[in-house]
Design a protein around this ligand. Structure first.
Ligand SMILES: *Cc1c(COP(=O)(O)O)cnc(C)c1O
Length: 379
């Protein structure tokens, strides 16, 4: 008899789909009258586009944002009736692919608008799209002048079914930043040039900037997955991703002995060390390795935080469990690496990165469990 995937993988990633739905409802509530969509690009920030998007659909979400047309194709097969926006715009020569799958490109240039309108004329109908105007992040989108030029191009505009006018905030996670109000005002000017079209500006943090930012549709991503949309304040979101490493061995380490590659950690007292089956192959950043004697990174074992010690290796990491009750940690005990106690923003900060990168880089070797919904929403 072979064991379950959890028994056989050193690490277990559990994704709580009810927490995900709760997070969507909280954001929808915060967005007031605006519709609440969901950014599910990057395989739903690494958590699995199939179970995540089905759970969000079940909660009532109808508008989804992916980055690439290929992601749109996968999402379309999961949600035949959803509105799907492709944030990276219209890929050259690929209009038919979008049209057949009923994907709405978020057009980022006049060139893309002309291609989409032109294809629509061949296809026999005005195809739905968003127009993405840049208001200050200088990433994707038409500049204000290009937007004016597009509006002046009657032939192109007549060929488009513009469903959404959107822009993206650069500093929403820093509420006092002056760029927030500058972008809000620039977006108001853009909207005034194309009245009657639904508008969308806010990502997760943008929803918390207040009324002037939520418009008709909000596009949260990270907050759905448990990231804190309010850096520096308590996180209102529930943890969705729970990563646990299984203890493979507990060892006693004498004063003066070291743990792990390059001998970066040295025991200053007789110590007990738990070796966990999770390493950088499993998405635990090597940058989480302690640079000082203990931590700053921690794992949560048997109700207590324990410092991560030594280097994170490919398949394992170590924690100092000297302060836990002797024999309370044994082979097979699970330690929380990410979850309700070790929050993704906290762990990301220890590793010098952000929750987005931490989630999207979670590996694929651990057992992946989805909890909280009936099996039809599962992968
Ligand atoms: C990724 C993305 C979002 C979601 O951002 P979060 O910060 O994860 O909420 C919204 N809009 C655009 C254009 C994006 O690229």
């Amino acid at each position: 008899m072979s064991g379950t995937p959890e028994d056989l993988a050193g690490a277990v990633l559990t994704i709580d789909l009810v927490a995900l739905q709760d997070n969507w409802r909280l954001l929808k509530d915060r967005a007031g009258a605006a519709e609440c969509g969901a950014a599910v690009k990057g395989n739903a920030y690494g958590l699995g586009i199939a179970p995540v998007s089905k759970a969000l659909w079940e909660a009532g979400c109808r508008s989804f944002f992916v980055a690439r047309p290929k992601e749109g194709e996968e999402l379309r097969s999961l949600l035949p009736e959803a509105t799907i926006y492709v944030l990276d715009g219209l890929f050259a020569g690929q209009a038919e692919f979008y049209a057949k799958l009923n994907l709405c490109p978020a057009l980022i240039s006049i060139e893309e608008a002309r291609e989409w309108a032109g294809f629509g004329r061949i296809y026999g109908r005005k195809l739905p799209c968003a127009i993405h105007v840049d208001t200050g992040i200088n990433r994707l989108g038409l500049s204000g002048t290009e937007f004016d030029a597009l509006l002046a191009d009657d032939f192109t505009m007549e060929g488009l079914n513009v469903c959404l006018l959107m822009s993206h905030l650069a500093c929403a996670d820093d509420p006092p930043h002056p760029l927030n109000s500058r972008q809000r005002d620039a977006f108001a000017a853009v909207r005034a040039r194309l009245p009657g079209v639904p508008a969308s500006l806010a990502n997760s943090s943008g929803i918390f900037l207040g009324d002037g930012f939520t418009h008709d549709l909000v596009r949260p991503g990270i907050a759905l997955y448990g990231g804190n949309p309010l850096p520096g304040s308590p996180n209102p979101m529930r943890a969705v991703a729970h990563l646990e490493g299984t203890v493979m061995q507990v060892r006693n380490v004498k004063v003066g002995e070291t743990v792990g590659y390059s001998a970066t950690w040295e025991a200053k007292r007789p110590s007990r060390v738990a070796v966990l089956g999770a390493g950088y192959k499993d998405g635990v950043p090597r940058a989480l390795s302690s640079k000082q004697t203990d931590g700053p990174a921690q794992v949560f074992i048997n109700g207590k935080r324990c410092p991560v010690i030594g280097r994170i290796s490919m398949d394992m990491m170590a924690a100092d469990i000297t302060d836990l009750m002797p024999h309370s940690v044994v082979r097979g005990t699970r330690a929380e690496i990410l979850g309700s106690n070790i929050l993704i923003d906290e762990a990301a900060a220890w590793a010098g990165t952000i929750s987005y990168e931490l989630l999207t880089r979670l590996g694929s070797r651990y057992a992946r469990l989805y909890t909280g919904l009936e099996s039809d929403a599962q992968a």
